[in-house]
Design a protein around this ligand. Sequence first.
Ligand code: NAP
Length: 270
Amino acid sequence: MPTLPLNTGASIPQLGLGVWQTPRGETTRNAVTAALRLGYRHVDTARVYGNEQDVGAAVRSAGIARAEVFVTTKLWNDDQGYDRALAAFDASLARLGLDYVDLYLLHWPVAGKRLDSWRALERIANEGRARAIGVSNFLTGHLDELLAHAKIVPAVNQIELSPFLQQRETREFCATRGIVVEAYSPLTHGQRLGHPVVVETAARIGRSPAQVLLRWAVQHGLVVLPKSTREARIQENGAIFDFFLDAAEMAALDGCEEGLATGWDPRQQP
Ligand SMILES: NC(=O)c1ccc[n+]([C@@H]2O[C@H](COP(=O)([O-])OP(=O)(O)OC[C@H]3O[C@@H](n4cnc5c(N)ncnc54)[C@H](OP(=O)(O)O)[C@@H]3O)[C@@H](O)[C@H]2O)c1
């Protein structure tokens, strides 16, 4: 499993299983267990997904050393602010049943609270209970403001990213500051798996549309976080490190930008 270096000195597996909209209980436990069995070493959850408990249970029972699995969770908007963030982190860690997380993210740049929340994350990082801290849904303006106040530079920015929403400005900003970009909804939440460029590329190289989208992001140096609850798709989405898209195929996908935000859109967030 390829990894990318973080500014903490640790490394992050380039592929992670996303578990948003993965129902709590057996469905989440089965998805995470299957992913770990199939070679994934990275799971992306959040307090608001409601399944931290099941992610933790699956990680703890996988028979894989804790240090080999990269676990991310996130601070939800209701919990932003210094004191609330500290308490929310404790609760997330307890639900996960882990001593530390590999990455703790501010889920959203909540105006008026995000700087206080970040101070709490810095404290959590200094205590070693989150090995790295980062942000999500931060665009360049949000990052500029944060960096003007932060003692710790975020290790990661997790944003929606696909050939149809390429986030070039934010990617360039992060690249120059050593912030790893994670692509969420890398399969466009299913909305562009039938796009002609994706389908034709997939047919030409004998891969699936989902694999083409994930491979495009990996070749751009991004972390990808596809979600599926189905074992066959979890396997398919993980089988992206044994082929390459050539320059023409990458260029065709690079030409698909259309500003598609399938989820919430931080461009509207002051
Ligand atoms: N930080 C944030 O604000 C934020 C926001 C959104 C997402 N995320 C993260 O990113 C992860 C992924 O994003 P996402 O869930 O929005 O969307 P996604 O991974 O782009 O797409 C998931 C959808 O595609 C389907 N799918 C998965 N693999 C497939 C395949 N090989 N072929 C065909 N369809 C396939 C899934 O259905 P089945 O499950 O039925 O297979 C599901 O409907 C989330 O789970 C979460 O970890 C973060």
